[in-house]
Every structure is written in structure tokens, then in C-alpha cells.
Design a protein around this ligand. Structure first.
Ligand code: SF4
Length: 419
């Protein structure tokens, strides 16, 4: 079993390629990042990968792990339906590839959790990563890399630098294979996308080689940024110049220095200054409330940047406080969870019965994943006609950050419902 919590340990990891290509200074600052705590989302992603790997290695279905505990770097995650469903969708897709080869038992044609190393290209740093699943189809001379994404942030497959890095790594790892085309596939069960939850891009090896030249140039830029940062030697004027030259916000999610990045601080401060000192906007004498759609639209554009920065600052301070740093006006307190029964429920049952109360509820219908587990992999499709995914409300999102179609407004829904 691969160590999923520490998969991308290279200085230039595949998963950070998009960020490092966009922001050449990110790799420099990452060297000074405080130790990263494992978030619950990241731990759930790790647990999902772990059970998916076990399924692919052993042939069982993900529902067999329902209710079990998976240990991750810092947490223990109980496998719930959502994780089972995500893992199974990915496992089903991997199993569906090259079924003839799979059946013939020629295992050399697929690799689970394959480690990649790009050092053969003469990279200025150690560079690599781990591909979730790699499969070679000799009939079409195609190498496919499948990536499971358990998160809800929509990831596009086209020209995706992380996936291209995996493609490149897979190609380097198998110089003996006759490959003409590379297919990269994202399986992202929890994020609706116009191209579906499973989406692929196929490109010719020659295109990948062209892209590799760009990747190596980006690595050289990062190396130059690193060298110039070292040459500034702590001089604040030079470091401000370095910040403006090498840091480029825009792909900061998951950057290990998001909470302490000087470029984000500079931009957040300037956005806040516009907000609080909006002197060039027309003032409407009697307008007590600011409900102008254009003004709200402008604020909606600015809010995510400030929110992200505030969230990252809070997370950094929290993590430092947990490591013992004291803040004058702030302190750590315990977070109290929802009420639940103590481990031994026998005294509770006895006390309730003595008071004439039955603490047991009526038997409930099993959940889809529980029923799937009972039915087993061969009969699990039986429940599909009875499963629904309900819309529970709406979200207001940026048009540029979604591929989903617009939901109906309340007025539209109301008039549609009229006879
Ligand atoms: S937070 Fe954003 S701008 Fe700052 S180093 Fe990271 S990627 Fe670059």
C-alpha cells in the first residue's frame, strides 16, 4: 500500500505544477512554510484513495469498507457513504479499462499508485509525484493515467498541468512501451461538470514533448526566483521588489504560504482600501441601502479574494497557536462537538426503561451504501432505479468558476408551477 498522506514529497510535486508555473516564487516561499496540519478534507481524500487502492489491489468493492476506520497522517476517518461512492466510481472506471487485458491476467499493463520521477530531464529540483492508476492499451498504443479527485472544487482536465506531469512521468517510467498517445482522466464524483464526473483528454506524445519544454522553462524561472531571493539576503527593499517580480496570485488554493504570502497581503490591503474609500463612486443622496446590482457585482468579485486571505490568515494563526505561539488578544479554546452517547450505553438503556421510556427508534431503512454492501457487487445495480439526488437549494457562484447551467430563480419556479 502506498503512503497516500505523503505521496507528493518532491520539491516540485506534480500536484503543485499549475501553481508553480503560474507563480514562479511559490516554490521559494514554500521552503519557509510552517508545518502543514492535515485538514479534514485532505484526510477524507486520503482515506478515499486508500480504500480505492485496496479495492483495485484485492478485487473487493468499496462498500465492504463502509463503517471501517482508515488512518491518515493525523486523523482517523470513518468510511461513510460519500467516500464509498467516490471510491467505487473511480474503481469501476479503472476496472472498465482494457477489460480483455485485465481478464487475461497480464498485470504488466496496469499500475496502481505509480511513483514518477522527472530527474531524467535534468530538472533543477527533484520533481515527481504519484499517479493513482496507469494503464497501457497496446492496441491503440495509448497510455492512460487516471486521477481520483474526491474534492468538490471543479478540476478541468484539458491542459491540466498536474495531469500532464503525470503523463510525462508515466512515459518516462515506461520507456519500453510503444506509446503514441497519452490519455489523462479525472474521476471527480462529487463535482458536477458539463463533461461529466469522469472526463478525459487525449494528446499525441509530440504535444507532450512540446509541453515539457514549457515545463522546464517554468522550472528554470522558479530556480531563478529562488536564487534572487537568496541574494536579497533579508533586505526588505529588495524583498519587496522580489515579491512584485516573482509572486503572482491567482492559483493560491493549497499553497502552503497562503496565510503568510506578502503578495496576497499587498492585494488584500489594496482591495480593502478600494472598499472603504470608494470616493470615485457616485453618491446617491437618498439611497440608504446599497442594493445596486452593479455595485453588488463588483463586491462579489472582490469578496472571494478577501475571504480567501482572511481564511488563510486565520488558519495560519490557529496552527501557530496550536504549536504554542501566544497572541495578546486571542487564545485557543476547546471546540465542543455535537452531543452523542458515551461509549457504554447500557446504563442509559436501563435508566430509560426504569422511567418507562423505550430509547430505541423504529428500525430505519438502510442507506443506499449500506444496502449496496448487503447486496454485494453483482446485485448492487438493483437499487439504482430507486436512488435520487435531490436539489436542496441554490448557491450564488462566479460565472467564470463554474461549468454548471443556471438554476431557475424563485420567480421562474413559481410561474412554472401555476396552472
Ligand atoms: S499564496 Fe499565491 S501568490 Fe503567494 S506564493 Fe503562493 S501561489 Fe504565489
Amino acid at each position: 500500500m502506498a503512503d497516500h498522506g505523503a505521496r507528493d514529497h518532491a520539491t516540485w510535486s506534480a500536484s503543485a505544477t499549475a501553481r508553480n508555473v503560474h507563480c514562479a516564487g511559490a516554490l521559494t516561499l514554500a521552503q519557509f512554510a510552517p508545518p502543514q496540519r492535515e485538514s479534514i478534507h485532505s484526510a477524507r481524500g486520503t482515506a478515499c484513495h486508500q480504500i480505492a487502492e485496496k479495492c483495485l489491489r484485492t478485487g473487493v468493492d468499496a462498500s465492504s469498507f463502509l463503517g471501517e476506520i482508515e488512518k491518515t497522517k493525523e486523523r482517523e476517518i470513518e468510511i461513510d457513504e460519500e467516500l464509498v461512492n467516490s471510491a467505487q466510481e473511480y474503481v469501476d472506471y479503472c476496472r472498465s479499462l482494457n477489460p480483455d487485458i485485465m481478464k487475461s491476467g497480464v498485470h504488466e499493463q496496469r499500475w496502481i499508485e505509480q511513483k514518477f520521477d522527472l530527474s531524467a530531464l535534468g530538472t533543477p529540483f527533484d520533481a515527481g509525484g504519484t499517479g493513482d492508476f496507469v494503464c497501457y492499451d497496446p492496441r491503440h498504443k495509448t497510455l492512460e493515467i487516471v486521477d481520483l479527485k474526491n474534492g468538490m472544487g471543479v478540476v478541468d482536465v484539458n491542459e491540466n498541468p498536474q495531469l500532464r506531469t503525470y503523463g510525462l512521468g508515466a512515459l518516462l517510467a515506461h520507456p519500453d512501451l510503444d506509446v503514441e498517445r497519452v490519455t489523462v482522466t479525472i474521476v471527480q464524483p462529487r463535482a458536477p461538470h458539463k463533461d461529466g464526473r469522469i472526463r478525459s483528454e487525449t494528446f499525441h506524445v509530440a504535444d507532450l514533448i512540446d509541453w515539457t519544454a514549457d515545463l522546464l522553462k517554468a522550472m528554470q524561472r522558479s530556480k531563478q526566483a529562488m536564487d534572487e531571493h537568496a541574494a536579497a539576503n533579508g533586505n526588505t527593499v529588495l524583498l519587496d521588489e522580489w515579491r512584485d517580480k516573482w509572486l503572482k496570485p491567482g492559483k493560491c488554493t493549497f499553497c502552503p504560504v497562503e496565510g503568510s504570502c506578502p503578495a496576497l497581503k499587498r492585494d488584500a490591503m489594496s482591495v480593502a482600501a478600494v472598499w472603504f474609500d470608494d470616493m470615485d463612486q457616485p453618491r446617491l443622496g437618498n439611497a440608504a441601502l446599497d442594493t445596486d446590482p452593479a455595485s453588488l457585482n463588483r463586491d462579489l468579485n472582490m469578496i472571494p479574494m478577501l475571504e480567501d486571505w482572511i481564511k488563510a490568515r486565520r488558519a495560519l494563526a490557529h496552527s501557530m497557536a496550536e504549536q504554542g505561539v501566544e497572541f495578546e488578544d486571542h487564545m485557543l479554546v476547546d471546540k465542543i462537538g455535537n452531543r452523542k452517547w458515551a461509549d457504554d450505553t447500557a446504563p442509559l438503556v436501563m435508566a430509560m426503561q426504569e422511567n418507562g421510556v423505550d430509547p430505541f427508534a423504529e428500525p430505519k431503512l438502510l442507506s443506499p451504501a449500506q444496502l449496496e454492501k448487503l447486496l454485494g457487487s453483482k446485485r448492487k445495480a438493483l437499487i439504482e432505479p430507486f436512488v435520487v439526488r435531490e436539489v436542496t437549494g441554490t448557491n450564488l457562484v462566479s460565472r467564470t468558476k463554474t461549468t454548471r447551467s443556471a438554476a431557475k430563480t424563485k420567480a421562474e419556479t413559481y410561474f412554472e408551477a401555476q396552472p
